[in-house]
Design a binder for this molecule. Structure first.
Ligand code: GTP
Length: 192
């Protein structure tokens, strides 16, 4: 009888969980779909509850598995109100102090006259919070790769820095950048 197969090696070096938060209709689902599937749709199907997608990228020879959670922006599916300051306050209340944040202004392909937020205002707000700012378009694929790679790179760097300060005898095989939702949710959710 054949021996049972050896336990499969993890298919990543780092598991990073990202959460997309923001008002309804700004394009969170579209950004995620563009990044994970390379596609875009003009139809607006509002997210109900929460969903996630996975994409594994490579950075400096390390495989980074990005588990990206897409949340519902609509008020009726959550208990908090709108605008970036509230979203940031929400992160401060519910996430750990060292969580990485990035501000994204989507729909940059749209006409200047139809803009909800001018570049200078978005940049000023990001500067105020000391975080990076990107203008993206899920439609034209402007800066979509850049935004996810940028935050992944910053988190990987933070984890590597934390590692180098750890006990020399400690060997970590996989680092888990834990967010709020746990592994149980990962098993039951779709779209993996
Ligand atoms: P909730 O699920 O309600 O929180 O909304 P959401 O932020 O996930 O918005 P969604 O991704 O569903 O996009 C809303 C609408 O904006 C859709 O009609 C998209 O086609 C459109 N849209 C999304 N991204 C872009 C973009 O980069 N450019 C343009 N022109 N339209 C976009």
């Amino acid at each position: 009888m054949a021996a049972p197969p050896a336990r499969a090696r993890a298919d990543y070096d780092y598991l990073i969980k990202l959460l997309l938060i923001g008002d309804s209709g700004v394009g969170k689902s579209c950004l995620l779909l563009r990044f994970s599937d390379g596609s875009f749709t003009t139809s607006f199907i509002t997210t109900i509850g929460i969903d996630f997608k996975i994409r594994t990228i490579e950075l400096d020879g390390k495989r980074i598995k990005l588990q990206i959670w897409d949340t519902a922006g609509q008020e009726r599916f959550r208990t908090i109100t709108t605008d970036i300051r509230n979203w940031i306050r929400n992160i401060e209340q519910h996430a750990s102090d060292n969580v990485n944040k990035i501000l994204v202004g989507n729909k940059a392909d749209m006409d200047e006259s139809k803009r909800a937020v001018p570049t200078s205002k978005g940049q000023a707000l990001a500067d105020e919070y000391g975080i990076k700012f990107f203008e993206t378009s899920a439609k034209t694929n402007l800066n979509v790769e850049e935004v996810f790679f940028s935050i992944a790179r910053d988190i990987k760097q933070r984890l590597a820095d934390t590692d180098s300060k750890a006990e020399p005898s400690t060997i970590k095989i996989n680092q888990d950048q834990s967010g709020g939702a746990g592994q149980a949710a990962q098993k039951s959710a779709c779209c993996g």
